[in-house]
Design a protein around this ligand. Structure first.
Ligand code: NZQ
Ligand code: ZN
Length: 391
């Protein structure tokens, strides 16, 4: 196991009706003038936004509203939010929605207290200061409710890039699984896929002897395999939604990623797809992961075989471990298809003729020097072959 730091100071309020504590939690973490950020309207239609407003009003906390965050959130709304915070002397940002809303809120919170362009953070500058952030999560997926990360797409060039820093870890996150019951089945499945990807990106490691985190990751994967089909079958199943929601947080606050090298090639390869085609991140990952894993599995057949046996219930073929490894990747692919995810470029809305563009922005955009690194270092030729496997 490698040396590591682990810092995860977010306060989690989990369970039914906890959104009614938004006001008291905002006060507890120092908010007196709040920017409420939300997406395309699901929180208006569900009545959640009204309940959050009432909770703030009960505590005498003033607020201004910023709606309209799109999935794969864009820079334009971030600039707008920064200006609004300055004009209104906002001291706390409250995200009500999914990963896109939370990520836009994090970008705004960091941008308000920074003299330069907030995009600097998405070009490698660490985030050291930000307004405090709270979240009320409505979809189990990105894990942004417990992570120090934010992913934004810049409209100038449609570059989708991530920024990171402990300053943008939420002060509190409210997780009420019942709020996810209004999700369309497709979005629920996208979320499950993203959580699965966050687990695989950590499982694929070059660090040896990491039994505790291996076992934690496997437990969370098994939870998704059990609960995923149950929630697709019965969207009102609160207990299944509760397990998926906490798995989503655990998968990405890095408690099961510490002390080990991690991959993130699937995410980087997918981000080019959701930037160019505006597809859902989870849907893009469903097509990306099996292709990447097929391409890189020779690098460490036994790691893939271990996942196949422990997570997917495959029989270990000691004479041909590569057969076991590939069976595990096939089981993952079939699971994702079974919950309604796309399986190839055509179903995703991606085009084969765009592969040279995708490879170029992936490997050379934002100062990358012709390759991406993770479990395996992949150059332009490798990435081109991986995108071809998705066609
Ligand atoms: O915008 P509204 O109207 O709210 O609708 C959203 C949106 O259309 C809808 N939705 C969310 N909760 C709902 C609901 N509809 C009905 N009922 C509810 N309860 O679902 C759609 C997707 O929402 P979005 O916030 O985009 O989903 P998600 O949480 O999957 O976030 C995706 C973004 O997070 C980034 C992705 O790249 C993508 O941009 N990621 C962020 C990470 C992080 N910050 O740590 C890590 C991830 O790997 C990921 O890259
Ligand atoms: Zn993700």
């Amino acid at each position: 196991m490698d040396n590591f730091n682990f810092y995860s100071p977010t306060f989690f309020a989990f369970g039914k009706e906890r959104e009614n504590e938004a006001g008291s939690l905002t006060k507890r973490f120092g908010g007196s003038k709040v920017l409420i950020v939300y997406g395309g309207g699901s929180v208006v239609r569900s009545g959640l936004l009204d309940r959050v407003k009432a909770s703030l009003e009960k505590e005498g906390i003033a607020y201004v509203l910023l709606g309209g965050v799109q999935p794969n959130p864009r820079s334009g709304l971030v600039y707008e939010g920064i200006e609004l915070c300055k004009k209104e002397s906002v001291d706390f940002v409250l995200a009500v929605g999914g990963g896109s809303t939370i990520d836009a809120s994090k970008a705004i919170a960091a941008g308000v207290v920074y003299d330069g362009d907030f995009w600097d953070f998405y070009c490698g500058k660490p985030i050291e200061n930000a307004l405090p952030i709270g979240t009320i999560l409505t979809i189990a997926a990105a894990g942004s409710e417990g992570s120090p990360d934010s992913v934004i797409t810049h409209e100038d060039g449609m570059l989708k890039r991530g920024a990171s820093g402990d300053a943008i870890r939420p002060k509190f996150s409210i997780l009420n699984p019942a709020l996810t019951q209004t999700l369309p089945a497709f979005q629920t499945a996208c979320g499950i896929t993203d959580i699965m990807a966050h687990l695989y990106e950590r499982y694929l490691t070059n660090t040896v002897e990491v039994e505790v985190t291996d076992r934690m990751i496997e437990a969370l994967m098994l939870t998704l395999i059990h609960e995923g089909p149950r929630v697709i079958e019965d969207p009102d199943n609160y207990e299944a939604r509760a397990n998926i929601m906490w798995a989503g947080m655990m998968a990405h606050n890095n408690s099961c990623g510490v002390g080990r090298s991690q991959d993130w090639n699937s995410h980087n390869i997918e981000h080019e797809l959701s930037a160019l085609y505006d597809c859902a991140h989870g849907a893009g990952l469903a097509v990306t992961m099996p292709a990447v894993f097929t391409y890189v599995c020779q690098h460490d057949i036994m790691r893939f075989a271990q996942a196949a046996v422990r997570v997917w219930g495959c029989q270990m073929d000691l004479y041909h471990p590569e057969v076991t490894a590939k069976a595990g990747i096939e089981a993952l692919r079939n699971f994702l298809i079974s919950i309604g995810m796309p399986k190839n470029f055509a179903e995703l809305g991606a085009k084969e003729e765009d592969i040279p563009y995708l490879v170029n922005t992936l490997c050379n955009g934002n100062g990358r020097g012709g390759s991406i690194s993770g479990f395996v270092t992949l150059d332009e030729e490798d990435c081109s072959k991986i995108y071809q496997l998705m066609v």
